[in-house]
Design a protein around this ligand. Structure first.
Ligand SMILES: C[S@@+](CC[C@H](N)C(=O)[O-])C[C@H]1O[C@@H](n2cnc3c(N)ncnc32)[C@H](O)[C@@H]1O
Length: 305
């Protein structure tokens, strides 16, 4: 760990419970109007992303249906925390690139905005450390309105914890679209994709990779950073063969960092709501609603330049 990284871990610790509460509050707002069947459907769909094996968890499940009403709110407990961890693991080693000058970052399949949370935490810590990071313009695109809505809720809660967050990163209005068919986006941007490609995209990974490279080329992207689980790397592997200057990196593992542990407020909010709508509590939540202990691994980090 370099100096900033170890400082960052110590800096993050006192924020843990407030960030936990922020996630729980955003979940609460999102699930409040939902019915039992909506929550049950979303929870089952999210559970598709897990699969139990004798050695722990693996990703042998199917895709989640991100169009379901409860998916955004419940994703907050199931995955947002873990994805913030993963985002930190990827973005920390990229600081030399990301601290050079302000850039546009386009987060494809941004979901609940975990990568933006991660960047904002790093930027706030760097500011307090006396080494402020450039204010990047952050664009999020996603084809799920439910996920983008939850991203707005989560950003609002993060801004309560870190009131100067909007000064640390220039968050642009999100675009509801598929990356294959998108509105105008800035050229020369750094494109990031955290767990973007779905199982359906892996049916023909070469075709998905070719389409994604064409998308990057159209945008004249200055770089691309993709990370996912090791068993979902087929599209990334295809993209890699078509780009010059790809570097595979093993990101830092920050799973022992200060955020580790259960997302207690998400757990209690989800439990209370399930009782309210007469659904049985999901026995898996105790281990699943956490900040990053689960064995999801960041697989690849790549830059075209
Ligand atoms: C597994 S989630 C990851 C969300 C977020 N990046 C994270 O790390 O938490 C995948 C997200 O990608 C979005 N998505 C999947 N395929 C997409 C596409 N072709 N265009 C835009 N968004 C897509 C989904 O709606 C979902 O929000």
């Amino acid at each position: 760990m370099n100096k900033f990284e170890s400082h960052f871990n110590g800096w993050l610790r006192p924020w843990q419970s407030q960030l936990c509460d922020a996630c729980g509050d955003a979940m609460q707002d999102g699930i409040a109007p939902l019915s039992g069947p909506e929550l049950d459907g979303a929870n089952k769909s999210l559970n598709n992303l897990y699969a139990d094996t004798s050695s722990g968890w693996a990703c042998a499940g199917g895709d989640c249906d991100y169009s379901l009403p409860g998916t955004g709110p419940l994703y907050t407990g199931h995955w947002h925390g873990k994805r913030v961890h993963d985002g930190l693991s990827v973005l920390l080693p990229l600081l030399p690139v990301l601290s050079a000058r302000p850039v546009c970052v386009i987060d494809i399949g941004a979901g609940t905005g975990a990568a933006l949370w991660a960047w904002t935490l790093l930027a706030r810590c760097a500011q307090e450390w006396g080494s402020p990071l450039p204010v990047h313009s952050w664009y999020s695109i996603d084809c799920s309105q439910r996920m983008l809505k939850q991203s707005d809720r989560l950003w609002g809660k993060l801004c309560r914890v870190l009131p100067n967050a909007p000064e640390l990163v220039n968050r642009q209005p999100a675009a509801l679209c598929d990356w294959r068919n998108h509105p105008p986006l800035p050229t020369g941007a750094l494109v990031v994709g955290s767990y973007l490609f779905a199982r359906a995209d892996l049916t023909n990974p070469a075709a998905t990779a070719a389409a994604f490279v064409a998308f990057l080329t159209r945008l004249t992207a200055s770089g691309v950073v993709l990370w996912t689980k090791p068993n979902k790397c087929a599209v990334q592997d295809g993209v890699k063969t078509q780009l010059v200057g790809w570097i595979d990196r093993t990101p830092l593992k920050l799973f022992d960092c200060a955020l580790q542990g259960q997302m207690r407020k998400c757990l209690s909010v989800a439990q209370a709501k399930f009782v309210e709508v007469n659904l049985p509590r999901d026995p898996e939540w105790n281990k699943r609603l956490n900040w990053g202990c689960a064995p999801t691994k960041v697989a690849r980090l790549a830059m075209t330049r």
